[in-house]
Design a protein around this ligand. Structure first.
Ligand code: 5CA
Length: 152
């Protein structure tokens, strides 16, 4: 059981981790393994907002508009290096899940993900993903501000 599965076991999320021996390290690997659209794959991109890590959950083919993330966090952002991402989230690049992180990392979500009834996200390892309805993807304690903006 990896860190993510251990974390899941402490929650009532009720999602099932699926392993794919062929690997799900990249979004296209994951889409191919699952047999879904690339847009249904959740990329968990770790950025730094000043000294604080933040995560942008992006639909597979989409690039993050750094200016829009900067506007959301109120300052410039830059991509986290792999080690910083690992320490902040507890997971290595290619396996970073959308929640269940080692530290409290604010999470923002690409609203394109909401177009799908179900999406697939990394489950802590580069060969495991899980399916979830996109509106459930971020934990209730970290409600997303979608790229459309607006958050109560
Ligand atoms: N398992 C797949 C699909 S769920 C996955 O995790 N995809 S991902 O997009 O979230 O993770 C890979 C992303 O990590 C790449 O899109 C890239 O933006 C980023 N990345 C890759 N290498 C590095 C690196 N050396 N430092 C920081 N970020 C990196």
């Amino acid at each position: 059981m990896n860190r993510f599965e251990a974390w899941l076991a402490t929650t009532d999320f009720g999602v099932t981790v699926k392993e794919f021996p062929q690997g799900t390290r990249t979004a296209s690997d994951a889409a191919r393994a699952v047999g879904c659209e690339l847009g249904q794959i959740v990329k968990s991109l770790v950025f730094m907002a000043g000294a604080s890590p933040v995560i942008a959950l992006m639909s597979g083919p989409n690039r993050l508009d750094e200016a829009s993330l900067a506007a959301l966090v109120g300052g410039p952002v830059s991509k986290a290096d792999a080690e910083t991402a690992r320490v902040a989230t507890g997971y290595s690049i290619g396996g970073v899940p959308p929640f269940g992180h080692a530290t409290e990392v604010p999470v923002f979500m690409d609203s394109d993900l909401l177009a799908y009834p179900a999406v697939w996200a990394a489950a802590g390892r580069p060969d495991a993903v899980f399916e979830i309805a996109p509106e459930r993807a971020p934990p209730p304690t970290l409600r997303p501000t979608s790229s459309r903006g607006g958050n109560p």
